[in-house]
Design a protein around this ligand. Structure first.
Ligand code: C2O
Ligand code: CU
Ligand code: CU
Length: 496
């Protein structure tokens, strides 16, 4: 229910609800207006300060599926400053891009040289539960774990990040993330722009201090999610890329903890959406702008043909509506493309990209409903547990949903009474988005293929269709606003 309604219905005065001292100081920190106005529990926007776009876009190094990732505290040069970060390699804000062909066996040795527990979750990979980086499957400081799995899925852009219970958001924000690219024959046959014409873009907002990356969410920032005032791409602040007058393929990940982007090009050129979380769409779709929520990926063709050398085009985020009190209020530039040279290019975007079945809702054997707006205030409000799914927060000893292997289900995420956006993510599966009612009231072009994360805006009810595999075991599903996740907005399903 809406918070204001809840407070009315609870029959409690505001003072008795807000008895916790952290809440009092949170409200005091707001320092403006009437009591009810101070209860902007959706949090405040963090405004973005654009950089100079004069540093070259770094491209993460690429490794095979036989790699070692060493989580460590290290120093990275960002915006010309030496900054303390967490990395999966020395001097790295982001880990290397793991690039494999479909059906290879990957063997990735994770060495934890942090001073705390960590693990790796392979976001987007359909792999056995034991290899998935469940929040309780952690690796102690100084120890290692060998992640071994077969990459049994189609081409697409996945990614990896830590997933220890209640530390995911901080570890990811301070630098631990990387891309996992899968190629296959269907994709190769399309002859899409490749090599230097295929550019990975990890878009993240960070909060820098002179020495490091600050992670200390206030209560309001647990509500809204933790946002940074600095936008980085591939770990550099406001960078530029040099391009020529031809097609490029941009492989984008929103690796931010909470910030949603409404991506567009400053010259109003089309973004040709060819893929998403789970790989290529059936057909491309041309848009002027598109939302990308934390955890989601986009595969996009852009065409710089016809522009003259010296032209600058920005990838930017435009303002957007109805995303709660903290998101979408500001437009800003993310990355500069500098046109350096005129070339000829005979590439045209293929009319058809991939073939796969659309799963019929009639094939579902069960529907599960999840209310994702609940905020419980019973027993005084704490710094945790404000975000819930069906009234519950994550409990490691409780299995919330038992799912039969090899069946298809419809899951419904109901944010109709909520006032914050929630990008909902399931481990262990890819799903199709069937329907959205309320809010935007329709699917967006990037939701037409296979997904693992779907944005549910305030007021929306989103139905997804999930064909479950035979990879039995315990998996989590959660909001990919990582502050919400660490706040407990995560449940477990067991595939049996
Ligand atoms: Cu990208 Cu459970 O996470
Ligand atoms: Cu995941
Ligand atoms: Cu959320």
């Amino acid at each position: 229910m809406k918070r204001r309604k809840f407070i009315k219905k609870s029959g409690l005065g505001a003072s008795s609800i807000f008895a916790g001292s952290s809440v009092v100081s949170f409200l005091a920190a707001c320092g403006k207006g009437h009591m009810m106005d101070k209860m902007n529990m959706g949090g405040q926007p963090v405004s973005v300060k654009e950089g100079n776009f004069n540093r070259l876009l770094p491209i993460p190094t690429t490794v095979t599926g036989n790699a070692t990732l060493t989580a460590q505290a290290t120093t990275a040069t960002i915006n010309g400053n030496n900054i303390q970060v967490l990395g999966y390699q020395a001097k790295g804000l982001l880990g290397p891009t793991i690039r494999v062909n479909s059906n290879v066996n990957a063997s990735i040795n994770f060495q934890n040289n942090l001073s705390e527990k960590s693990n790796i979750h392979w976001h987007g990979l359909k792999i056995p539960a034991k290899m998935d980086g469940h929040p309780e499957d952690v690796v102690n400081p100084g120890n290692s774990f060998n992640y071994q799995f077969n990459v049994n899925q189609r081409a697409g852009l996945s990614w990896y990040h830590p997933h220890p219970d209640r530390a995911t958001a901080r570890q990811a924000f301070q630098g631990l993330a990387g891309l996992f690219l899968i190629n296959d024959a269907e994709e190769a046959a399309l002859n899409l722009p490749s090599g230097i014409y295929e550019i990975p873009l990890v878009i993240q907002d960070k909060r820098f201090s002179s020495s490091g990356i600050t992670y200390s969410p206030s209560m309001g920032e647990v509500m809204s999610g933790y946002m940074g005032e600095t936008i980085t791409v591939n770990g550099e602040v406001s960078p530029f890329a040099e391009v020529t007058t031809r097609f490029y393929r941009l492989r984008m990940l929103n690796g931010s903890n909470a910030r949603i982007y409404n991506l567009a090009l400053s010259n109003n050129a089309d973004l040709i959406i060819i893929g998403n979380d789970g790989g290529l769409l059936k057909n491309p779709s041309n848009v002027k702008n598109i939302l990308l929520a934390p955890g989601e990926r986009l595969d996009v063709l852009v065409n710089f043909a016809g522009l003259t050398a010296g032209t600058e085009v920005f990838l930017e985020s435009k303002v957007f509506n109805n995303a709660g009190s903290a998101q979408g209020k500001q437009g800003f530039k993310i990355l500069k493309f500098k046109i350096t040279q005129t070339v000829s290019d005979s590439f045209t975007a293929p009319a058809s990209l991939s073939s796969f079945n659309t799963v019929a809702p009639s094939s579902s054997s069960k529907t599960r409903n999840f209310i994702i707006n609940a905020m419980q205030m019973s027993g005084g409000m704490n710094m945790t547990g404000m975000h819930r799914i069906n009234g519950k927060t994550y409990e490691k000893n409780r299995i919330d949903e038992l799912v039969a292997a090899n069946t298809t289900e419809i899951w419904v995420f109901d944010n109709s009474q909520g006032d914050e956006p929630h990008p909902m993510h399931l481990h262990g599966v890819h799903f199709q988005v069937w329907e959205r009612s309320g809010g935007r009231g329709q699917l967006i072009p990037s939701e037409s293929g296979w997904k693992d994360t779907v944005l549910v805006m305030p007021g929306e009810i989103v139905k997804i269709i999930i064909p479950f595999s035979t990879l039995t075991g315990v998996f989590v599903f959660h909001c990919h606003n990582l502050e919400h996740e660490d706040d407990g907005m995560m449940l477990q399903y067991q595939l049996t």
